[in-house]
Design a binder for this molecule. Sequence first.
Ligand SMILES: Nc1ncnc2c1ncn2[C@@H]1O[C@H](COP(=O)(O)OP(=O)(O)OP(=O)(O)O)[C@@H](O)[C@H]1O
Ligand SMILES: [Mg+2]
Length: 443
Amino acid sequence: MTRAIALHNVSKRYGRAPRAVDNFSLGVRPGEFLVLLGPSGCGKSTVLRMIAGLEDITEGELLLDGEYANDIPPRERDMAMVFQNFALYPSMTNRENIGFPLKLENPRADRNPRVEATARMLGIEDILDRFPAQLSGGERQRVAMGRAISRRPSVFLMDEPLSNLDAKLRNHLRAEIARLTAELGVTTVYVTHDQAEAMSLGDRVAVMRGGVLQQVSSPRDTYALPANVFVAAFIGTPRINLLQAVVHAPLDGRMSIDLGRQRLPLPEPLSPDHQLLRIQQGRQIIVGLRSEAARIAPPSQARPGEVALTGIVEHMEYQGHEALVHFNTGSRPAVVADLESPRPQTAVRRRRNAGAGVLTRLKDRAMAQVAGPVAVLDDPVPEPAHESRITAPSDLVVRTGPDLRLRAGAQVPLLVDLAHLYVFDHQGRRICPAPMDVPGLDA
Ligand SMILES: Nc1ncnc2c1ncn2[C@@H]1O[C@H](COP(=O)(O)OP(=O)(O)OP(=O)(O)O)[C@@H](O)[C@H]1O
Ligand SMILES: [Mg+2]
């Protein structure tokens, strides 16, 4: 059996603190694998714990198979939870650990067939009669997973179950979790702050920021059609290039996007999406270009839809199968708040905030009305001197083959494919490609 989960306008407040989860609405379909993704502290675990019944819901409704479920005790929800810090009973063998939930259910039944079937699924048949202390981290996590699934619950809730493991084991178990949950067909909600993990596992990914749901969509749409600049920046490696820009739309001339030192002329005839940019004339916008949207080539090789830029090589990052070239194109990078775990305020940032003008405060207030401030259109906060040598001047990262050698300071011709151009308004909402639908309940 598997079930549908729906959260309607759910909020959570811990004491007097601001809402840890704010007006959160989401439907998870029966058998679906849904990933909750977001930076540390954005409320992922809180959502999961409210679904499990381990945390009270302050406002809003939880529905299980369409039935109001806010008050159902955790034990009666038929859900199994796997945590990052899995705890196995050290005095029990792995067989007893996996069988323990079955024992609670029916102390007299023969648990061995179910325990062994579960162990086979996880490839741990030969360690069943050892104790947890005699296992590696990955084996222990598999036993913990076995304990969660032996009972065949109707819902799996997993809270960063792999983050204590090394990268290789994490990838391996990630694939196993995908296979296992597909095989069992059990509705799964999986929490992670690792976007690569989210993209590889989820049927759909729900991105959160500061307690607020930003977008729910398939991994493909999350990457290709990010609802706002936060989602665009959170998803994808290397991070999308985000540049401050202004739309230039003269009545009698060609429309272009002014990046500061250089311009991107929009190809004519204008696409419907590019036509919509006309109303942004003169306004600050944010341009998003993924690293695959630009390539190193002279203007003579431009294909339809490609326009020329020049970049000065700042440094190269060798990645084995490819290289990333960091360029300076004379643009100003847009800064996106909250992408990482909250860091203590730096002295520079505190000084800036203290001296912020009325305009900045008004802008901050306007932004906060959407989903909190998403992007800052001022100069980025200066990095400490030892980092600035590497990070400060480059504003555009471009992928190339691993064998290309470019020396720092070289001026290089670039072609930008405007079919892969994203534009976000001053509040960080995507306006190009134009949004088609609004994220929300769809189950
Ligand atoms: N029991 C609690 N009492 C008070 N505040 C809490 C409690 N649990 C969480 N919070 C706060 O609620 C917010 C969301 O926390 P939550 O644990 O849900 O975040 P998260 O997205 O799971 O983060 P992480 O990736 O670090 O696990 C945080 O600001 C956190 O400090
Ligand atoms: Mg958490």
